[in-house]
Design a binder for this molecule. Structure first.
Ligand SMILES: [Zn+2]
Length: 323
């Protein structure tokens, strides 16, 4: 499975947020995947076309959240894309009209749909900015395997939508760039720090841990090569320890959420996620108030015990959707 598919699988498994965020997510997916057409007697069809069955599943979840049960589904092969299969989900009639009005981009004027700018309110709140970015990534996002090169991109059909995404990323303190590729606009970053932030912002914590693992290993390898006197055994031990700690943190994240940890341990867990290559001493100096190496080691022991005590029962908030 590609890293992108892995990230998307994880995003789709996240439970739907508050209705404001759910609206932001469906808006983003609509802006990048939907097209509309008119049939006889003024009937409107809203078609969402995606190559990914995972994304189609998320769309069905979102449609149902807004009470749309009549969802048409078909697949088609596109010869221009080497005969790839696409899933097309269709809302029609009142469902289509309601969705268009909900996302506020198209309005009916004298029987004709008018295109408007993307409403600013879509990303007014911080939670919604994240949901919007997640929706965009599900629709048109890509992260290339970090083993090869760090590269994240979103491919958008027009400048307006690309600039809107760029601004939304900026609101979340991420600096992406934009360029025109044939008839599309690409919003991208080659900076591993920005890509890690993107994963964290979207809530793809498992993917983030894997990404950081790879990032850590390559940093550690680079450091090892640079330093002739590097103590290999010590380094390997440090990597193995950090790896174990990340596994405990990942386990807690998956089965209880990091917020289940006491504040001091939570702070340490987050520091470890963003600095997998730091020593206990370095992590201790970053804690507020700062802690000694021995205390940090005890705190990781507590995190480990916390992880061991969690039964492997998911509190289940995500709703199963059969498509
Ligand atoms: Zn929100």
């Amino acid at each position: 499975m590609s890293f992108t598919s892995e990230v998307k699988e994880e995003l789709v498994s996240l439970r739907l947020g508050d209705s404001c965020c759910t609206l932001a997510e469906i808006s983003a997916l609509s802006f990048c995947l939907a097209s509309f057409s008119l049939r006889g007697r003024g009937e409107v069809l809203l078609n969402y076309t995606s190559q990914s069955p995972t994304v189609a599943k998320r769309l069905v979840m979102l449609f149902r959240f807004f009470g749309h049960k009549n969802i048409g589904m078909s697949t088609r092969r596109d010869n221009r894309f080497g005969g790839r299969r696409f899933t097309v989900l269709t809302l029609s009639g009142n469902d289509a009209r309601a969705m268009m009005q909900r996302i506020g981009v198209l309005r009916l004027e004298q029987g004709v749909f008018q295109y408007r700018n993307i409403p600013q309110r879509t990303v007014r709140r911080i939670c919604c900015q994240r949901a919007y970015i997640r929706g965009m990534f599900l629709g048109v996002g890509n992260i290339s395997l970090p083993e090869k090169a760090y590269h994240a991109e979103f491919i958008l059909p027009d400048k307006k939508r690309a600039e809107f995404l760029l601004r939304t990323l900026q609101l979340q303190n991420m600096q992406f760039s934009m360029y025109k590729r044939r008839s599309s606009y690409v919003v991208y970053s080659k900076n591993s720090g920005e890509i890690a932030s993107l994963l964290a912002t979207m809530g793809a914590v498992r993917a983030l841990l894997r990404f950081e693992d790879i990032r850590m290993l390559s940093q550690v390898k680079a450091k090892a090569l640079r330093s002739v006197n590097c103590d290999q055994a010590n380094l390997s031990r440090q990597i193995a320890t950090a790896q174990k700690q990340l596994e405990h943190i990942d386990h807690i994240y998956k089965f209880a959420g990091l917020t289940a940890l006491p504040d001091n341990l939570q702070q340490l867990a987050r520091l470890r996620i963003s600095h997998p290559d730091y020593s206990l001493k370095q992590l201790g100096s970053m804690l507020k108030p700062s802690k000694s190496k021995a205390t940090v080691s005890r705190m990781f022991k507590q995190i480990e015990e916390f992880a061991d005590n969690i039964s492997e029962h998911i509190p289940t908030t995500s709703r199963e959707v059969k498509t």
